[in-house]
Design a binder for this molecule. Structure first.
Ligand code: SAM
Length: 183
């Protein structure tokens, strides 16, 4: 699944099932809906997340969207860089997205987009190629990811309907209308 000239993977570090089950699921949903090709998770294993995301993919498409648990965020970053990808860390301490996004867009390198949990290891700030702030106020990893991907794709990913969807929406000004494949 590659909807763009880049391969984009979102890496969520330090998942804790009891603390952020819904938040991490929402991050995965946002990654998929806004044009990433995969979602990697480090921290404690939580099969429910993989299951929920796979259910969404089997109904709404992008079955190739890859959800994987990884042992170590550091190894993910090293492996990504070894394959000549670049690493974008979303943090309110970074450079403002509007100032740095032209440079990120102009690079043809694949991108690993890293979002943190409550505590982000300081080493991540030096390992990242770009530390990008979606404004300089604290908010949420889901909001930060959505805005970053939307700016990266300049809104285009929201117009795509997955070719392998079982269900698609027929937009209506009022009410709800969905169509099943082959009906
Ligand atoms: N205290 C954490 C730290 O040391 O950076 C931040 C915790 S915040 C609830 C969780 C994650 O949301 C962050 O690691 C970052 O990825 C994302 N985030 C929150 N606000 C952001 C902003 N203004 N810009 C970019 N990312 C942000």
């Amino acid at each position: 699944m590659k909807v763009s000239r880049w391969c984009i993977i979102v890496l969520r570090i330090d998942h804790r099932p009891e603390r952020d089950k819904r938040l991490t699921t929402h991050l995965g949903l946002t990654a998929r809906a806004f044009g990433a090709q995969g979602f990697w998770i480090t921290g404690l294993r939580d099969p429910n997340i993989t299951k929920s995301l796979q259910q969404v993919c089997s109904q709404w498409g992008y079955r190739a969207f890859s959800v994987q648990y990884k042992e170590s965020w550091r190894k993910c970053i090293q492996g990504w860089k070894n394959k000549d990808g670049e690493v974008v860390h979303l943090t309110m301490y970074g450079l403002h997205v509007d100032d740095i996004i032209p440079k990120i867009r102009s690079s043809s390198r694949d991108k690993l987009v890293v979002v943190g949990g409550p505590k982000v290891p300081s080493e991540l700030f030096t390992l990242a190629d770009y530390n990008v702030a979606i404004g300089h106020q604290p908010h949420s990893e889901v909001a930060a990811l959505a805005i970053f991907l939307d700016r990266l794709y300049q809104g285009s990913s929201l117009r795509i309907t997955p070719h392998d969807a079982e269900l698609t929406i027929e937009p209506t000004p009022h009410g709800k209308r969905a169509r099943e494949r082959n009906t």
